[in-house]
Ligand binder design. Structure first.
Ligand SMILES: *Cc1c(COP(=O)(O)O)cnc(C)c1O
Length: 471
């Protein structure tokens, strides 16, 4: 281990494509977390990396496989974040590794807009086949989720000749200028970064835990539609953009009926329904795409995170007539659909089918939900347990004493969520928080996580919850 910044002596430059020892799928701590080598790297980092870039857990990773991260101190951590829903197929998925290695040797870049290559076409063929679009579909590839969302808006505006974009409370769509405008939460995503793009309007979301008791999805949709019609005007709306299960905003799953009612309103009013499946896509929620659960057929779907096993790739897939409305050359980018990222996607999509990751996500749901509900029964500060597939969360709230028993309130307990997360980190389990109020712990394991490893992570979580929250 070196503490100099000389790249030749840095551990990061260690090469080697030879056979590697497989990483045993167990949690194992050999130092405190973070350990001394991670702490030394953190010192180097603080000297040169902008403070604007944060990290949940300053543990520097050396290798990863399956659902285990190995840090520079030799600790093995259980990854319940999957790099924010990216490595759905597990770290170092062999199909992804093999295809990437081959592609790197063949060529790494030509720019599809200059001289095209088959891998891009093959990824679009797969996306068109998988996405729940009605009728013929086409796709276009980009690099990041934000870019995919920006392009979906460009396409929708061009196709409809309208300007207005409708988004929802608690939405997260990215960090570029247009997508910051679409994202709801000010801190940390927007504060001080304006002025933001115009013609973005926010409607109320269906949030069963916080909505009036018994409010149906149809009623929540009517509430949103009333806002859209009164404040935007139905004939002004180019598109309604929504995450079928909200991600950063708190893993909020709208009440059944909400998404179909919004999609029907769009169809009736000539607006496009855009499902932002950047976080929910690729088997994460127990369907290939989350909007399949209610049979919703979006006009456009945005995708990124889980598509390429960790390489940066994003896309928009949608109705062919809409995707083709844009003039030639109107969409693109230097790196969009990079051949190495496309090769990774082909490996990841193959793994998703061969390993039945849709089924795997449902198995994770079954295993985890039972444990989370059992914990909720012991700790009323877990106000809500929710999510689908391997996209699950607990919302932590303050409690009040009522007739000698503790009961949940709606008041967020961000400190409680942070304490649970910190205890998990110290014990070697990577957990993430999210939510408009910062009080949601979210769980996004690789879908391939082994049952014994998941159980071990849940034991750690249980201990953390029982000590952080009052009984
Ligand atoms: C992460 C995310 C984005 C932004 O993706 P980046 O690749 O970080 O730009 C957009 N939408 C949703 C729903 C996301 O979860």
């Amino acid at each position: 281990m070196t503490t100099t910044a000389d790249p030749r002596s840095s551990t990061a430059s260690t090469s080697g494509t030879g056979a590697r020892e497989p990483i045993e799928q167990v949690r194992q701590l050999v130092t405190e977390v973070p350990g001394p080598r991670s702490k030394a790297l953190q010192e180097r980092r603080l000297a040169v990396v902008s403070k604007g870039i944060g990290s949940t857990l300053p543990v520097f990773v050396e290798r990863a496989e399956g659902a285990v991260l190995v840090d520079v101190d030799g600790n093995q951590l259980i990854d319940l974040g999957a790099g924010i829903a990216v490595v759905n197929v597990g770290h170092a998925q062999p199909r992804v590794v093999a295809r990437v290695q081959d592609q790197v040797q063949d060529f790494t870049h030509t720019c599809f807009m200059v001289t095209p290559y088959e891998e891009y076409v093959a990824v679009c063929e797969a996306l068109v086949r998988l996405a729940p679009i009605e009728g013929p579909a086409k796709a276009a590839l980009f690099n990041t989720g934000s870019e995919a969302v920006e392009n979906a808006v460009k396409i929708a505006r061009h196709a409809t000749g309208r300007d207005a974009v409708v988004v929802f409370d608690h939405a997260y769509h990215g960090r570029t200028n247009l997508t910051m405008a679409m994202t709801a939460k000010a801190m940390p995503y927007k504060k001080g970064f304006g002025p933001f793009a115009g013609e973005v309007y926010r409607a109320p979301m269906s949030y069963p835990f916080r909505d009036p008791e018994g409010m149906t999805g149809e009623q929540a949709a009517a509430r949103a539609i009333a806002v859209i019609e009164a404040q935007v005007g139905a004939d002004q709306v180019a598109c309604v953009v929504i995450e079928p299960v909200q991600g950063e905003g708190g893993f909020i799953e709208p009440a059944p009926g909400f998404l179909p009612a919004l999609a029907a309103w769009c169809r009736k009013n000539g607006a496009l329904f855009v499902a932002d499946e950047v976080q929910t896509g690729f088997a994460r929620t127990g369907d290939v795409f989350a909007c399949e659960r209610e049979g919703v057929r979006p006009d456009l779907v945005t995708l990124a995170k889980g598509v390429a096993g960790g390489l940066p790739l994003a896309g928009v897939v949608g109705r062919a007539d809409v995707m083709d409305a844009v003039h030639s050359g109107g969409l693109g980018g230097t790196y969009g659909g990079n051949p190495v990222a496309c090769a990774a996607a082909l490996g990841a999509l193959e793994a998703m089918a061969d390993l039945d990751l849709v089924g795997a996500a449902r198995t994770v749901e079954e295993r985890m939900l039972a444990r989370l509900h059992a914990l909720q029964a012991q700790r009323p500060g877990i106000g809500d347990v929710r999510g689908r597939g391997a996209m699950l969360a607990i919302e932590v709230v303050k409690t009040i004493e009522d007739d000698g028993v503790q009961r949940a309130t709606l008041e967020p307990d961000a400190a409680g969520a942070a304490a649970i997360s910190a205890a998990c980190h110290a014990a070697g389990v990577v957990t993430l928080t999210c939510g408009t109020y910062g009080n949601v712990l979210r769980f996004l394991p690789p879908l391939t996580i082994e049952p014994a490893l998941l159980d071990d992570a849940l034991d750690v979580l249980e201990t953390a919850v029982l000590s952080a929250l009052a009984g």
